[in-house]
Design a protein around this ligand. Structure first.
Ligand SMILES: Nc1ncnc2c1ncn2[C@@H]1O[C@H](COP(=O)(O)OP(=O)(O)OP(=O)(O)O)[C@@H](O)[C@H]1O
Length: 303
C-alpha cells in the first residue's frame, strides 16, 4: 500500500508537486499518468527516500521509506534503467545488489529467469538493447521479492513485445496481491496495462479513477442513424433531448438508448444504429490535462 498525503515539493521557482494526495491499493496495477514535467518522477523519488518532501508525506506500507526495516524486501523500484555500469554483466550487477542486501544467489538466478535474461546473464550490459536494460532494471526491482513495486516509465521505448511482457508481468504480480505503481506520460500504454489511474498535471491531482470509470465519464451521447433522421430529431427534441446533427448521424444527449428506441418505434421510424459514443481514453486524458500542459505546442506559432 502506498499513501501520499498532502505532498509538496518545491525547487526554488518550481513547485514540482503541489499538495498531492492519493493511495495505491494492493492487488491492482495503478498507472501514474501525467504530461512531461507533471511531477511523477519527483513523487516516486520522494517515495523512495531519494528526495525530501517540502511538506506532507509519502508512505510505503505505512512508513516513510528510510524507516522501513528491510526496504529492498518491501519495495522494488525501477527509476532509470540506463543507470548500470556498462562494463558489468547482468549477473554481476544483480549479484552486487543481492550481496549488499543479504539476498541469496538462487534468487538472482530466479529473477534472471523471470525477466527472460538467463541466456544473456554473462553478457556486458553495455551491449544490451533498451528493452534488455529495462528487463534488467525490473529484475533488480524484483530481487527482494517486494510487496510494493514502483516503476518509472518502464514501457518507454519498448517494442510491442516488450510492452506486452511488462503488462503480463505486472498483471501477474498484482494478482499475487502486490501493490504496483507504474508511471507513464502515454494513456495508450496505461489503458492496456493499468486497472486504476492516478492522473496528475503540474504537480496536482487531476483524476483518481479506474480505467472503466474514466471511459464512462467521457461518454458523449448516443449516436443515432436513421433514414428519417430529421423527423426523428424533432421527435427527440420534443421530449427534451439535445440533438446535434452530424454528417450521417444524430448525436443525442438527454435520453437513453431505450427511450430513443421506444420513441422511434412509436412514430414508426426505422433505426439503423443506436450506439453510445465514447471518446477514446486518449481523448479523455487530453481533455483532463490540456489546461495544465506547461509545454503544449501552440498552433500557428512556428518560427
Ligand atoms: N532536481 C530538480 N531541480 C529543479 N527542478 C526540478 C528537479 N527535478 C524536477 N524538477 C522540476 O520539477 C517538475 C516535475 O518534474 P518531474 O521529473 O517530476 O516530472 P515527470 O512527471 O516525471 O516528467 P517526465 O514525464 O518528463 O519524466 C519539472 O518542472 C522539473 O523541471
Amino acid at each position: 500500500m502506498i499513501d501520499i498525503r498532502g505532498l509538496v515539493k518545491r525547487y526554488r521557482a518550481t513547485t514540482a508537486v503541489d499538495d498531492l494526495s492519493f493511495t495505491v491499493e494492493p492487488g491492482s496495477v495503478t498507472g501514474f499518468l501525467g504530461p512531461n514535467g507533471a511531477g511523477k518522477t519527483t513523487t516516486m523519488r520522494i517515495l523512495l527516500g531519494l528526495a525530501a518532501a517540502t511538506e506532507g508525506e509519502a508512505l510505503v506500507k505505512g512508513e516513510r521509506y528510510p524507516r522501513l526495516s528491510e526496504p529492498t524486501r518491501s519495495v522494488g523500484a525501477l527509476l532509470d534503467a540506463g543507470d548500470v555500469h556498462p562494463g558489468r554483466s547482468a549477473l554481476s550487477h544483480l549479484r552486487a545488489i543481492a550481496y549488499a542486501n543479504r539476498i541469496g544467489d538462487e534468487r538472482v538466478s530466479a529473477v534472471l529467469e523471470q525477466v527472460g535474461l538467463a541466456g544473456v546473464a554473462r553478457k556486458r550490459v553495455g551491449k544490451f538493447s533498451l528493452g534488455m536494460k529495462q528487463r534488467l532494471g525490473i529484475a533488480a526491482a524484483l530481487l527482494g521479492d517486494p510487496d510494493v513495486l514502483i516503476l518509472d516509465e518502464p514501457v518507454n521505448g519498448l517494442d510491442p513485445d516488450g510492452v506486452r511482457w511488462i503488462r503480463e508481468l505486472t498483471r501477474g504480480l498484482a494478482d499475487e496481491g502486490r501493490t504496483i505503481l507504474i508511471s507513464s506520460h502515454l494513456m495508450s500504454e496505461m489503458e492496456l496495462t493499468a486497472d486504476r489511474l492516478i492522473i496528475i498535471a503540474r504537480g496536482k491531482l487531476i483524476a483518481d479513477t479506474s480505467v472503466s470509470e474514466l471511459a464512462e465519464r467521457f461518454q458523449r451521447g448516443i449516436s443515432v442513424r436513421s433514414p428519417r433522421a430529421d423527423e426523428l430529431a424533432q421527435v427527440l427534441e420534443a421530449e427534451g433531448a439535445a440533438v446535434a446533427r452530424e454528417a450521417d448521424a444524430l448525436l443525442v444527449n438527454g435520453l437513453d438508448v431505450a427511450a430513443i428506441g421506444d420513441l422511434a418505434a412509436g412514430k414508426g421510424i426505422a433505426l439503423h444504429e443506436v450506439a453510445p459514443r465514447r471518446t477514446t481514453l486518449e481523448d479523455a486524458y487530453m481533455a483532463l490535462t490540456s489546461d495544465s500542459l506547461q509545454f503544449a505546442a501552440r498552433p500557428g506559432r512556428n518560427p
